[in-house]
Design a protein around this ligand. Structure first.
Ligand SMILES: [Zn+2]
Length: 311
């Protein structure tokens, strides 16, 4: 099995929301890429070519009606998805399919052993999108589709999703809420958008116990979040024994973010990464979610990726 880390990035994603005054802006792509380049990380990784997801792949987690609605909204030039608060521009359909496709390329590489782990520099983020609604800067739920794809295309039975974005990954939780085969763990600020993710949201039916939420007040940081990972996630993972771990890597939980009030520092993201890598011997696919302070986004993502490479 390869010990190389894969870097999935597609500059086409800069087209989404270009020219808008929006926190989820094209410059986020540049901030992460430059942060990784400054740290000498890109040269140490294998690059993956762009890939456009098929509609069937998107349908692994979304309804046919939502797929049609999103495509129609984007093609018609309206500024928002009709399902919620997600801003769109005319290139958003192509970009959203590329974001999903990139995530699936990363799963292919790690599942086949071509890479040990992968970091996907993707826009738009995905963790707020559920089966039938885009919302919160998200069109398709990239990480949820990646989880289902790992199961269907690679026969991986159990997938664990770790979400350290400052916002609750309500869409991911919703998609797998009754599913015992995909474990969802989230730390997030509460109260904060989107308002879900209470500690007593633990799954439903067959999925009861396969969702874990750790809401923390503004000001929380290393002690709370790394503590939840070490004290709660790792024992749960030892019991669940996932075949693959996916990370919803949001860096809006870093200190100084304009949309969140957590206090994680760059080295905390490295420590979180190392802890999560221990679950599956380093076999991890990480994908960018939030992070809106460009300088902080660049340095925090570099610390995270360096841990993936060195881990
Ligand atoms: Zn976020």
């Amino acid at each position: 099995m390869s010990d190389i880390s894969l870097f999935v990035a597609d500059a086409h994603c800069r087209g989404h929301l270009a020219g808008r005054d929006h926190p989820e802006r094209p410059e986020r792509f540049d901030a992460v890429k430059h942060g990784m380049e400054r740290a000498g990380l890109v040269a140490r990784m294998r690059r993956a070519g762009p890939r456009i997801a098929t509609e069937d792949e998107v349908l692994l987690c979304h309804t046919p009606h939502y797929l049609k609605t999103a495509q129609h909204d984007i093609d018609s030039g309206v500024p928002f998805l009709s399902t919620g608060d997600t801003e769109i521009t005319t290139s958003s359909w192509d970009v959203a399919l590329r974001a999903v496709g990139g995530a699936l390329s990363a799963v292919d590489a790690v599942a086949t052993g071509a890479a040990r782990n992968a970091f996907c520099l993707l826009r738009p983020p995905g963790h707020h999108a559920n089966a039938s609604h885009g919302m919160g800067f998200c069109i398709f739920n990239n990480i949820a589709i990646a989880a289902r794809y790992a199961q269907r295309a690679h026969g991986m039975a159990r997938i664990m999703i770790v979400d350290w974005d400052v916002h609750h990954g309500n869409g991911t939780q919703d998609i797998f809420y009754q599913d015992p085969s995909v474990f969802f763990f989230s730390t997030h600020q509460w109260p904060l958008y989107p308002g879900t993710g209470r500690a007593d949201e633990t799954g439903e039916g067959a999925g009861e116990g396969a969702t874990m939420n750790f809401p923390f007040p503004a000001g929380a940081g290393r002690k709370e979040i790394l503590g939840a990972v070490q004290d709660r996630l790792l024992p749960a993972a030892a019991n669940f024994r996932p075949d693959l771990v996916l990370i919803s890597a949001g860096f809006d939980s870093r200190i100084g973010d304009p949309l969140g009030r957590f206090t994680l520092e760059d080295e905390d993201f490295a420590d979180l990464t190392h802890a999560v890598m221990g679950i599956t011997d380093g076999r991890v696919v990480s994908m960018l979610e939030g992070g809106y302070n460009l300088a902080g986004l660049g340095s925090a993502s570099a610390a995270h990726v360096e841990a993936l490479i060195d881990g």
